[in-house]
Design a protein around this ligand. Structure first.
Ligand code: ARG
Length: 590
């Protein structure tokens, strides 16, 4: 067991001895301030708070039951009731040696793995994937990788927007003004063109709008021709989505689009009506406040000029069509029946937070027993802005297509690589540029706190200095170059050497390596890949400190050299694993 896990489990048992009914799943240890210890736990303060106990007294009682003599040099109470743990040096060394032997890489599989459905990316058919889709796609993919690394059973599902009113207009366009050659050349651009033209016509001419509605009704009624055109549109869009996913290295277990749930929507609404959860209003059907919450927290109310008014979630339109919420309700039901997940995680733009609050509340009212078995979580995120602080657009003011953005990233990276490493053959420079360019876009999106908006900046994300993907990739390649210079059989050297951690920089690096597991656990708990970005950035910095102060190949003796080589190798492995967990590939040479 890894040291932080040993501390955690000892702490959990000690807490249970003092407070037998406490929920110890939140009693976690985190990296500490090196001045005070290697690890810290603040769990006792929140436990004391909820139970109205004196936190320092609780800490003292827990400490009395805590037996960590074999792991820690000392355990101390600090501040209002923090616990600080200082690891024994021998434990640190043993743990690194086990890692050098390949027994672990500083993380452990979760002791009680969960089944987690993760809903991410979810673009809409007949619209191109734009820059904003990097957010849900990148964050979602990093989270699925991170959760899998920890041994959870993850089911990723791409909830594609492949159903809805836009298809009436698209069908009308397809039947009247389709340009086949253009469709073959760039299907989504042609579908977009159809939509724009017909949409404008519908705005200007009510008769045209009626025609579009009639096409939609035929589609929904299963008309063979319309279904087959719709299928073609969906397949063409999916082809373009798949191209982007394959470039980004993103995989889904399922892509059950909105249309998949269509057969159940009528039943959902009838059931909501029968259970008096929904009611009719002006011909439509909606779910309203049940007054169970104070107005401020009630998702079904909004404040207009100081007055709380209804803000229902519609589940059936007055024309009989169904809403986004209806589909999402059927989707939860299906996911529970099919996979019995412990959690369903939605990686979707924060602008939809109102939708998810309503959705989760309706589900809890609709299927209260099922709702108790699953945690529904909206993992939201902010916008990507341009230099002007407004949503990021092309110079001409259009939305930036994701495919174009990725091309530009790779082209820009190619220029830098060719300047810096002109000696490398072109094919290799191209490959480096691909990894660096895609990595830079993904990393710059994962790095900020996901809820904040961030400003898109090519120079910043592609810089070799600073908290960027190129910097981390370069750090990795530099370590790899050390091993290219020597002829030592690394596995022999590191497996059999005993590690010596003497210099302060060696100790700092070793301690930080040990924190990899805690970091990925924290990412999984809070759905925040930025924790891992910052961890890796610090790792690269600590490695530099070590490398500058502790000669490796020119070490005084073979034992020291091999010990330091082992540290180099472990750093490279953690960097690679960490980047891979963020969905970023590595190159051996840059
Ligand atoms: N297609 C939707 C959109 O582009 C996102 C879907 C998110 N997932 C969900 N289950 N609602 O806004």
């Amino acid at each position: 067991m890894l040291p932080h896990k040993k501390i955690e489990s000892a702490l959990q048992s000690a807490v249970r001895e003092v407070l037998p009914d406490a929920d110890v799943s939140t009693v976690l240890v985190r990296p500490g301030d090196p001045k005070f210890g290697d690890y810290q736990s603040n769990a006792l303060m929140s436990l004391a708070k909820t139970r109205k106990l004196n936190p320092r007294q609780l800490a003292t009682d827990v400490l009395a039951k805590l037996d960590l003599a074999s792991v820690c040099e000392k355990v101390e109470i600090a501040g209002a009731g923090f616990l600080n743990f200082r690891l024994k040096n021998s434990v640190l060394v043993e743990s690194l040696q086990a890692a050098a032997r390949g027994e672990h890489l500083f993380f452990e599989k979760a002791s009680s793995p969960k089944t987690i459905v993760i809903d991410f990316s979810s673009p809409n058919v007949a619209k191109p994937m734009h820059v904003g889709h990097i957010r849900s796609t990148g964050i979602g993919d990093a989270l699925q990788r991170n959760l899998r690394l920890l041994g959870h059973s993850v089911i990723s599902d791409n909830h594609i927007g492949d159903w809805g009113t836009q298809f009436g207009k698209l069908l009308l366009g397809w039947k009247n003004i389709l340009d086949r050659p253009a469709l073959e050349c760039d299907a989504i651009a042609e579908l977009e063109r159809l939509y724009k033209i017909i949409n404008a016509e519908c705005d200007a001419n009510p008769a045209r709008l009626e025609e579009a509605k009639a096409e939609l009704v035929k589609l929904q009624a299963g008309d063979a021709e319309n279904i087959s055109i719709w299928q073609e549109m969906t397949a063409l869009s999916q082809k373009q989505f798949d191209e982007i996913y394959s470039r980004l290295g993103v995989k889904f277990d399922h892509a059950l689009g909105e249309s998949f749930y269509n057969p159940w929507l009528g039943e959902v609404v009838n059931d909501l009506l029968a259970k008096k959860i929904a009611r009719e209003s002006e011909g439509a059907v909606g779910v309203f406040s049940d007054s169970s919450l104070p107005p401020k927290e009630d998702p079904f109310l909004v404040n207009r000029d100081g007055e709380w008014i209804d803000d229902p979630a519609l589940v059936r339109k007055s024309d009989g069509g169904f809403n986004y919420t209806t589909t999402d309700l059927a989707t939860i039901d299906y996911r529970l029946k099919t996979w019995s997940p412990d959690e369903i995680v939605y990686v979707v733009d924060d602008r939809q937070s109102g939708h998810f609050k309503k959705l989760f509340a309706i589900f809890a009212r609709w299927k209260s027993d099922d709702a108790k078995k699953v945690k529904l979580i909206h993992v939201g995120f902010g916008k990507i802005l341009g230099d002007d602080g407004k949503p990021f657009k092309t110079r001409s003011g259009d939305t930036v297509k994701l495919g174009d953005l990725l091309n530009e990233a790779v082209e820009r990276a190619y220029k830098t690589v060719s300047e810096k490493s002109s000696e490398l053959p072109e094919a290799q420079r191209k490959e480096i540029a691909r990894v660096v360019g895609l990595g830079a876009v993904k990393y710059s999106d994962l790095l900020p706190n996901r809820q904040s908006d961030y400003i898109f900046n090519w120079d910043k994300m592609l810089a070799l200095q600073g908290n960027t993907a190129p910097y981390l990739l370069y750090a990795y390649a530099r370590i790899k170059s050390i091993f290219r210079k020597i002829e030592v059989n690394l596995s022999l050297a590191t497996r059999h050497s005993s590690l010596v951690l003497a210099a302060p920089e060696e100790l700092t690096l070793a301690n930080h390596l040990l924190n990899f597991g805690i970091t990925v656990e924290a990412v999984a708990e809070e759905f925040r890949p930025n924790f891992l970005c910052n961890y890796l950035f610090e790792l690269a910095g600590k490695f530099t400190g070590f490398y500058e102060n502790c000669p490796v190949l020119k070490a005084d003796d073979v034992a020291t050299r091999d010990s330091r080589l082992a540290l180099c190798d472990l750093t490279a492995r953690v960097l690679k694993q960490g980047l891979e967990t963020l969905g970023i590939e590595t190159v051996e040479q840059m």
